[in-house]
Each structure stands twice: as C-alpha cells, then as structure tokens.
Design a protein around this ligand. Structure first.
Ligand SMILES: Cc1cc2nc3c(=O)[nH]c(=O)nc-3n(C[C@H](O)[C@H](O)[C@H](O)COP(=O)(O)OP(=O)(O)OC[C@H]3O[C@@H](n4cnc5c(N)ncnc54)[C@H](O)[C@@H]3O)c2cc1C
Length: 344
C-alpha cells in the first residue's frame, strides 16, 4: 500500500483519486460509508466571492481551487463515465440598505487584490442593492463522491475500506501503521482526512503538534421547483439558496456548536425557510420537503491543516470548515503532489 487515506469524504476521496491517476496504490479507510458525512450534507456552493473578503493565503487557495474546478470535473466525468452537476452560475449577495451597500464597495476593492470579480448594482426587488459575483459556481458534492466511487470500484475495488474505522495512527520514519479493528495496515505514507473527527484519532509516538478539529453543525433544507427557476445563488449572511440541475432548491444554513448531535430541529429548519423566503419569495408557499444536518470540520484558527507533519510520512488534510467542497481540487493537488514527489 502506497498511501493509507483515513477518511473518505470529498477531501480524502479526491486525494485518493489523484494518487490512483498517478499510478500509486492508495487505500481509503472510512468509519462509515464513503462521502456520507459533511460531504453529503454540504450545499456545494463554490463561492470565494461571498466567503472571502480580505487577501489571505486561504482566500488565494479558494480562488485557485475554483479555477481548477472545470478541469477537475471534466477529468472525473471522463474517468468515471458519470455526469456531475456543476456550473459557474454566479452568486448574488443582497444588501438591505445604503450602509450595507457601502460595505460592499469596500469589499469589492479588497477582493480585487485576490482576483475576485464583483459588481454592485441596484436591486429590482425589495433589497437596496445586489453584489454580483459572476465567476462563482456550484457543484453537487454527492455526484463527485459517486464518480470517485465508480472509478475505485472499477479500477481498484479492494482500495475502498468502508465501515473500517481507524483507531490510531503510528507514523515511523519510512512507513505508517494504521490500526483498525481488523489489525494494523502498513503504508508508505498516510493522509489524515477524517473531517471533524480527525483529531479524535490518536497519533502514537512522539508528540506531534497538530491543530484540533471540531464539528460545527449545520442544518439544510430542500424543495422541488422547475429546473432553472432560481438562477444564480442568492445569499445574505449565512442564509443562501442554490438550485441543482434536477430542480431541487437547497437552502442553508445554521452554524451551531452542538458536538456530533444528529438531531434535525424543526425550529432551525423553520428559521432557514423564513430567512431564505426573503431571498426568494417563491419559497414561502410551502414547507421544505427534506431537511438534514452535517458537521463542518472546523479549527480554532479558521484555517485548514493541509501539510506534511514534519519529516514523518504523515500528511494532514482536514479543517476545511465551510469550504471543503470548494477547496477539494486544490487540496488534492497539493497533498497528492507532495506524496508523489516523496514516493517516486
Ligand atoms: C450545512 C453545511 C453546508 C455546507 N456547505 C458548503 C458549501 O456550500 N460549499 C463548500 O465548499 N463546503 C460546504 N460545506 C463544508 C463541506 O461540506 C466540508 O468542508 C467538507 O465536506 C469536508 O470534507 P471532509 O472530507 O474533510 O469531511 P467529511 O465529508 O466529513 O469526511 C470525513 C470522513 O471521515 C470519516 N471518518 C471519521 N472518523 C473516522 C475514522 N476513525 N476512521 C476512518 N474514517 C473516519 C467519516 O466517516 C467521513 O466519511 C458545508 C458543510 C455543512 C455541514
């Protein structure tokens, strides 16, 4: 085994797929089912425009990852023979009054330095103004996971180890032992990509400084509308709406510090429905058909851990918080690239 990947969400699965394309032998260990946690729950907005206001390395990574998306999707579609619901549909953020519109002007100026294109215009509806990000996009993350699963089931079926929780990780100088209930597995390299659970898995041996991960729960809800009814993503603060190619309109999201509590709370869903109906009144006519929760993998610094741990053969790829779907192509390129360079 060249690389043991611990966690099969969009981050671990994307890294595994890239390594497979490079001719390496990755093995994906997941405690449950591939892609059924945050990467199943996530809305799939690809919106550096509405997420990053100031020039930081993370903002630049997000812009780069969005630029990689068309190639990432078309290569994965070709590899898997599946269609992925992806579009550069743009996004619009609403301002309620002149003060908010002035803040948008300042944001546009700062975002120019990160390479984010934005245009402020008067709103047609009840809003004062709209900030339009023409290059933002969206993807259905479940399609990405399904495509990666197809590739692995066809080309490397034994590399998918589901219901195989990793109990601890033991890095050595030139290999890593990954301990599971089925015994230890030896790999030349390993990647810790277990999302919000990443630092619940002990790393044995000399203490390594890694930033703790923790969950930030989010509720989402969905309705069915005629395909194409919504147009660009609409957003105000943490509330947003996007429409899948199938017609499904997804609305989000809450941000809750509630540990790994999987309860779907009616009051949280009602709040989303109420706030999102202000963004698109059509939504107000009926209650959502579905609602669900997921756990964003957060870190206290607000930055993901994407790096090799010292000189060990262990890499970290977790803590992508609200933007793991957006950041998957750039994370996979960076981590897989370093592993290939270290192994070959
Ligand atoms: C409500 C909500 C809305 C979101 N909206 C967006 C959005 O619009 N755009 C965007 O870019 N991002 C969004 N996100 C964030 C995005 O979903 C996450 O950042 C991303 O999915 C994280 O991917 P991951 O692979 O790191 O984690 P996960 O998808 O959570 O995967 C981690 C995997 O590790 C596995 N695992 C756990 N413990 C172990 C173990 N001991 N051994 C082996 N495997 C283990 C789990 O089973 C899981 O499959 C949203 C998230 C939520 C919750």
């Amino acid at each position: 085994m060249d690389t043991a990947i611990i966690g099969g969400g969009i981050i671990g699965a994307s890294i595994a797929w890239r390594l497979l394309r490079e001719g390496l032998r990755p093995v994906l260990f997941d405690a449950g089912t591939l892609g059924r946690e945050a990467s199943w729950a996530g809305a799939g907005m690809l919106v550096p425009g509405t997420e990053f206001s100031t020039p930081t390395p993370l903002a630049s990574l997000a812009v780069r990852s969005l630029a990689m998306y068309p190639g990432f999707v078309s290569t994965l579609e070709r590899d898997s023979g599946r269609t992925i619901d992806f579009s550069l549909c743009g996004s619009i953020e609403m301002a309620a009054d002149a003060r908010e519109a002035d803040a948008f002007e300042e944001r546009i100026r700062l975002q120019r330095d990160i390479g984010i294109e934005a245009h402020l215009r008067k709103s047609q509806g009840p809003w004062h103004a709209e900030l339009h990000y023409p290059r933002d996009g969206q993807v259905d993350p479940r399609d990405i996971i399904a495509a990666i699963r197809t590739v692995f089931e066809r080309d490397s079926p034994y590399a998918l180890r589901e219901r195989a929780a990793v109990q601890s990780i033991e890095p050595h100088r030139d290999h890593v032992l990954v301990h599971t209930a089925h015994g230890p597995f030896r790999a030349r390299t390993a990647v810790l990509a277990a999302g919000a659970w990443s630092t619940d898995i002990p790393i044995l041996g000399p203490a390594l400084a890694v930033e703790p991960a923790f969950p930030v729960k989010g509720h989402l809800a969905s309705w069915t509308f005629p395909a194409g009814a919504l147009g660009p993503i609409r957003r105000r603060g943490h509330h947003y709406l996007l429409q899948r190619r199938s017609g499904t309109v997804v609305a989000g999201a809450t941000q809750e510090h509630a540990g790994f509590d999987r309860t779907v709370h009616a009051h949280a869903v009602e709040e989303i429905a109420r706030e999102c109906a202000l963004l698109w009144p059509e939504l107000g006519a009926s209650p959502p058909e579905h609602s669900w929760v997921g756990f964003r993998p957060a870190t206290a610094s607000g930055h993901p851990e994407i790096r090799r741990v010292g000189a060990t053969p262990l890499w970290l790829a977790y803590g992508h918080f609200r933007n793991g779907i957006l950041l998957a192509p750039a994370t996979a390129e960076s981590v897989a690239g370093e592993i290939v360079a270290a192994i070959k």
